[in-house]
Design a protein around this ligand. Sequence first.
Ligand SMILES: *[C@@H]1O[C@H](CO)[C@@H](O)[C@H](O)[C@H]1NC(C)=O
Ligand SMILES: *[C@@H]1O[C@H](CO)[C@@H](O)[C@H](O)[C@H]1NC(C)=O
Ligand SMILES: *[C@@H]1O[C@H](CO)[C@@H](O)[C@H](O)[C@H]1NC(C)=O
Ligand SMILES: *[C@@H]1O[C@H](CO)[C@@H](O)[C@H](O)[C@H]1NC(C)=O
Length: 368
Amino acid sequence: MLGAVQLGLLAACVVLFVPMGMAGWHLSRNKVLFFSGALFITLAVGVHLTPYFPSVSNFVTSVSSSTVNVVMDNRASCVSLLHEIAWEVRPGRVFNFELNNNSVNYEKSWSWKRSGSVDSCEFQRLKRHDVSVLLNGSWVVIAGDSQARMFALSLLSLVLDSEGMESVKASLFKRHSDYHTVVNEMGMKLDFMWAPYVTNLTSLVAGLKRNLVYPDLLVVGSGLWHMLHFTNASDYGFSLGVLRSSVTSLLPVSSEFGNDEGVGGSVSVRSPHLFWLGMPTLVNSMLNTKEKREKMTELVCGEYEREVQESGMLRQFGGPLQLLDIGSLSWNCGIRCTDDGMHYDGVVYEAGVQIMLNALLIESHQRL
Ligand SMILES: *[C@@H]1O[C@H](CO)[C@@H](O)[C@H](O)[C@H]1NC(C)=O
Ligand SMILES: *[C@@H]1O[C@H](CO)[C@@H](O)[C@H](O)[C@H]1NC(C)=O
Ligand SMILES: *[C@@H]1O[C@H](CO)[C@@H](O)[C@H](O)[C@H]1NC(C)=O
Ligand SMILES: *[C@@H]1O[C@H](CO)[C@@H](O)[C@H](O)[C@H]1NC(C)=O
């Protein structure tokens, strides 16, 4: 802890040694005295004014590292910075042996933006070991359409070796089916539930409630199927509203408010971590069928997007689910990151997974 005494000593040293150092740079004795005086005054004024400038005193208190409160405030604002990601998409010519010519291949990478506030959050790209500690013994449920499937794949690729991944890919990508696995080394159970429609998600949540078992981590998201097959944003919005109340009643707090028959006061319910997997940015001209290009227009996408916001489902609008904004991640990665204008390269979902893991880190610290 950096106390007043140490600060005082530090100030004294600066006043003494900085001018002495300058003297070494051939300053006259008068100049040394001048600098010494000026420094002394600056430091004195600084020390006395510090309490009146919140940002300075925040800095001082966070340096002193003893004040949990400052760190906590920081954490809350860090959640809003999780998506501050910068992409680098660089063309690289590689020789394609199959086609016997050079083809352009884009290398894509991402990192959190470099700025003071983002840096101070110390987001980290979690590696296998970190993930196995963080999700040790957890039950993870990921439900939704192909976006959720790719998200699940990305999470698994963080914890499995390449051999494990081969077998996962084979079974996870059987179209339109559920997938269950247990990663023994870390006691993590992962269930992927195929749920192309929001109504499917609502039934899933209802099932969890019925059985009184709750995953530690629940990631859900649907929308593209509804957009293609119903193309009716207000109907989508309606189903989101139903899902919202269903998910809200999963949370233990809701029984306190009495708007739920009570998940049972005797059952100790650990509140699950809830995430909404946002829809990707669609690149209309690249969509692979005429029907998709006609129905999934920019206008319709915007309407669906708005329904998600207006449903009040997301944490930032007072709801229970924290957004994993695949829309902004895919938009920022750009059209080089997708082949069909809808499914993006693994790197986009990988960024989403890392954002989720960092959100979990923030939440778990908060709960300590
Ligand atoms: C490479 O060759 C294939 C087949 O001949 C062709 O379709 C493709 O456009 C070529 N790519 C480049 C970058 O020349
Ligand atoms: C997971 O938790 C168990 C029991 O708490 C512990 O024995 C084990 O070492 C943990 N594994 C990892 C990878 O953290
Ligand atoms: C999802 O919901 C649709 C429409 O409500 C239904 O037809 C379909 O069987 C459901 N699928 C699953 C996997 O539950
Ligand atoms: C859209 O859905 C709403 C609510 O389900 C329904 O009342 C309306 O008729 C639908 N609109 C069209 C054009 O199908």
